[in-house]
Design a protein around this ligand. Structure first.
Ligand code: NAD
Length: 497
């Protein structure tokens, strides 16, 4: 009998050899088979990783900016060279199609490239002669060991929103990736070592609530960057801040796409397909509610429905358009929302439960509901699957009010050919990331990523200059150096009388 592989932690530049008390199964969602068991860290293992990060911080914080950028550039090259390998690991554990997995690595790489500019980003300010002989200047210094806790849906990109900048700023890292797809993080750890990052600067512990709690309460951890569902984000924010840590906790989403009557309906229908069903809807920026402003709803529904027939659901390594959901439990939960939508009276235009794929994979086809109303659970709650809901509004104001009344505020999009309408929307909508004729407006690495309301707890978004700000603390120095004529070393200056 072959033994199932055990994925263990990465601590101080090596695989952890400590005893594993608890493990969790990792599946290939396309086959439904267990591919590995991942070790779940206990308090002692988390402490070992934080100790390694604390020890490494002593010298890493003093590494020159030149040294840091050299390591970052080397890491960038290695990730680029290994892009397909990382993508294959992601597809094997998450299920998303290979092209999508490679796209996720590209978006993560953009943050590494941004972090390569750290010497410029860390420059402080200087004011000369604020008083006679007095200068004031500001510097930004690293925090220490920082924790990153990430979700299953972007096992490479989401950790990469944070760790390149954290490390570039002189911090050391303990990453706790999702236990559902832990392998991408392990390869990234190996690539850091190959790039010349000193041992202990980047550590990976796998685990569940026990390891998260150990990080949130560990006195050695100075900040927590969390991404996941809203209830856990809120818990992480409250617990982390109670223990004196700086916390940014990004939560769930329910992203609306408003389609105005003057929009290009072909463009809007293409966008709905890509943003609704890409990665099987398991994206925090996926569109899950479309608000069609009349009189175009019937036409839009027909165009989306006809495109759905072309979506091939299947194994992400075999040329499909949409892969499986991450676990059987999650697949069944998403399917239960389809039942709930039907029970609540929404019109089921396409039923993903009818899609059959050979084998035991966790598949569910693309699903479309029309005539969805705000009281229905399929609208109120985050489904995180390939289920798109159409709501009908009579006016722009009605559509805007729907978006603004929703407790989530991660991303949104408006489709229109009226620049004035788009401009009003960008100003009036209470959402952190807005697309104009762009359905998934994920900010580039040099801007910052983050939602409003229940989609983010804390006030700092991810990456961009906000990322640099999060991973450093400011210090302002007020200095008075007396003129050499006041004594000290005799450099030939005339003495003051
Ligand atoms: P999740 O909240 O279940 O898990 C996220 C992390 O928290 C994982 O590392 C997990 O191990 C840990 N965790 C789970 N339960 C915990 C508990 N009880 N106590 C402490 N830690 C716990 O989220 P997920 O299912 O992995 O990811 C999907 C969710 O993430 C969706 O809600 C999605 O919208 C959200 N997400 C948000 C963003 C964003 O930028 N806002 C980005 C990606 C994903």
């Amino acid at each position: 009998m072959t033994q199932t592989k055990i994925i263990t932690h990465w601590i101080n530049g090596a695989l952890d050899t400590g005893k594993t008390e608890r493990t969790s199964e990792v599946f290939n969602p396309a086959t439904g088979q267990v591919s590995a068991n991942v070790a779940l860290a206990n308090v002692a293992t988390v402490d070992k990783a934080v100790t390694a990060a604390s020890d490494a911080f002593v010298s890493w914080r003093h590494s020159s900016l030149t040294k840091r950028t050299q390591v970052l550039f080397a890491f960038r090259e290695l990730v680029l060279q290994n892009k397909e390998k990382i993508a294959a690991l992601i597809t094997a554990e998450h299920g998303k199609v290979l092209s999508d997995a490679a796209g996720e690595v590209t978006r993560g790489l953009e943050v590494v490239e941004f972090a390569c500019g750290i010497p410029h980003l860390l420059k402080g300010g200087f004011s000369e002669e604020v008083s006679t002989g007095v200068d004031v200047y500001s510097i930004r210094q690293p925090l220490g060991p920082v924790a990153i806790i990430s979700p299953f849906n972007f096992p490479a990109m989401v950790p990469m929103w944070f760790f390149p900048i954290a490390i570039a700023c002189g911090n050391t890292v303990v990453l706790k990736p999702s236990e559902k797809d832990p392998s991408a993080a392990m390869l990234l750890a190996e690539l850091w070592k190959e790039a010349g990052l000193p041992d202990g600067v980047f550590n990976v512990v796998h685990g569940d609530k026990e390891s998260v709690d150990a990080l949130l309460t560990h006195p050695g951890i100075k900040s927590v960057s969390f991404v996941g569902s809203t209830p856990i984000a809120k818990y992480v924010y409250e617990t982390g801040t109670k223990h004196g840590k700086r916390v940014q906790a990004l939560g769930g989403a329910k992203n609306h796409m408003v389609v105005l009557p003057d929009s290009d309906l072909e463009l809007a229908a293409d966008a709905a397909i890509n943003a609704g069903f890409g990665s099987a809807g398991e994206r925090c920026m996926a569109i899950s509610a479309i608000v069609a402003v009349e009189p175009i709803a019937n036409a839009l529904v027909a165009k989306i429905k006809s495109r759905m027939a072309d979506i091939k659901t299947g194994d992400g390594t075999k040329g499909s358009d949409m892969g499986p959901l991450v676990t059987k439990v999650h697949r069944d939960k998403v399917a239960s929302y389809i039942e709930a939508g039907e029970r609540a009276g929404a019109t089921l235009v396409e039923d993903g439960r009818k899609v059959k794929v050979d084998g035991d994979g966790f598949f569910l086809g693309p699903t479309l509901f029309d005539n969805v109303t705000p009281d229905m659970s399929i609208y109120k709650e985050e489904i995180f699957g390939p289920v798109l809901s159409i709501l009908r509004a009579n006016t722009y104001d009605e559509a805007l009010s729907l978006v603004n009344s929703h407790p989530y505020g991660n991303g949104t999009a408006i489709f229109t050919n009226d620049g004035g309408a788009a401009r009003r929307f960008q100003n009036e909508v209470e959402v952190g990331m807005v697309g104009i004729n762009v359905p998934i407006p994920v900010p580039m690495a040099y801007f910052s990523f983050g939602g409003w309301k229940n989609s983010l707890f804390g006030d700092t978004h991810a990456h961009g200059t906000e990322g640099v700000h999060f991973f450093t603390r400011g210090k302002v120095v007020t200095s008075r150096w007396l003129d050499p004529s006041h004594g000290g070393i005799n450099l030939g200056f005339p003495q003051n009388s």
